[in-house]
Design a protein around this ligand. Structure first.
Ligand code: FAD
Length: 297
């Protein structure tokens, strides 16, 4: 196992690693955070093996395994994906941790501000990540860029708030005030750390929600960094997740009533399906869906 290293780069989430050693390197997130893979169990093989409830390796040709994994993902046969586990060490601002902790299916152990002295590390967004309130999404940012002066002011106040509150924190610690009290005036831009362990099925659920455009940019950075690791460890499962979850859409009943008449008459040639990466089995499934749409009243 690699020892922990500080990650200070403010680059965007790192890409999939090539070498096994690089897999355990901390992936820098935001200005001072990181995601680091501590340990993992299983991969595509473990999913296939569980699905076949076999002993030994249980895998066949890669193309057969791929088909099985894609079938499982498409039909929400989720338990084989729970056979793969990931343990991450994450350093993240408290406001990101508050969103993250809502995902209840993980095991978490966090740095204790009651026991330990908090580090002097606060998140300050880059100029380019400072935006106006979105008019369309009440929980989001607009793409329009605020004036430089507004961005500067926001950034410098964010930095100063961290510095001032930490100075006061250290003063109270110096006067032997309880750590659990001294910390309560520190802002939610303060960095914390935790170990976070989760299985692949629930990690996909987390990634689907937190890589989405509707999620806050700061948590998306972490989700994307973890996705790069997952992609490396379980490439077939990740590909299926992209195809059937991330890049898929679902329609409501009323939407289908609106679209149905037009979609239902589609006649899809096998060669077109093949060119789009749709297998024979999936084409049959698609034709069944279209049949269902045709019957929507
Ligand atoms: C874009 C976005 C905006 C959000 N905004 C808000 C907000 O404004 N306010 C707010 O409070 N939250 C907000 N959330 C958090 C959201 O409501 C969920 O709490 C969070 O996404 C975790 O989802 P989950 O419960 O499905 O995940 P998990 O906790 O990981 O659970 C996974 C699945 O397990 C099942 N499960 C787990 N625990 C239970 C349980 N105790 N009972 C029943 N089923 C369970 C459910 O099927 C659940 O979907 C937001 C999330 C997103 C992605």
């Amino acid at each position: 196992m690699k020892t922990e290293q500080a990650a200070t780069s403010s680059e965007a989430p790192s890409q999939e690693s090539a070498s096994p050693d690089a897999l355990y390197e901390p992936r820098p997130c935001l200005d001072k955070g990181f995601v680091r893979l501590v340990d993992y169990m299983g991969g595509d093989d473990a999913i296939v093996q569980a699905a076949r409830v076999s002993y030994g390796k249980g895998t066949k040709k890669t193309s057969v395994d791929r088909g099985l994994i894609r079938y499982l993902m498409r039909h929400a046969h989720t338990t084989p994906f729970e056979m793969v586990e990931f343990k991450f060490h994450v350093k993240l601002p408290i406001f990101v941790a508050r969103q993250w902790i809502r995902h209840r299916t993980a095991n978490v152990n966090e740095y204790s501000g009651r026991y330990s002295i908090m580090e002097d590390e606060f998140y300050a967004p880059r100029q380019n990540d400072i935006h106006f309130q979105s008019r369309l999404n009440k929980q989001g940012r607009d793409s329009a860029e605020p004036p430089e002066a507004l961005r500067d002011r926001f950034r410098s106040i964010t930095v100063k708030t961290g510095e001032d509150s930490y100075t006061e924190y250290k003063e109270f610690i110096g006067e032997d005030l309880a750590r659990e009290l001294a910390r309560i005036n520190l802002p939610i831009s303060l960095y914390t750390q935790w170990y976070w362990k989760i299985d692949l099925h629930n990690l996909f659920h987390f990634l689907r929600l937190r890589m989405d455009d509707h999620a806050q940019y700061e948590i998306r950075v972490y989700a994307t960094a973890m996705a790069g690791i997952v992609k490396h460890i379980a490439p077939l499962a990740y590909e299926a997740f992209e195809d059937y979850s991330i890049n898929a859409v679902s329609f409501s009943g009323p939407e289908l009533r609106l679209l149905g008449g037009r979609l239902a008459d589609l006649d899809i040639a096998e060669s077109d399906a093949k060119a789009a990466g749709v297998s024979k089995r999936e084409l049959k499934e698609l034709q069944n869906k279209l049949k269902k749409i045709r019957n929507i009243k």
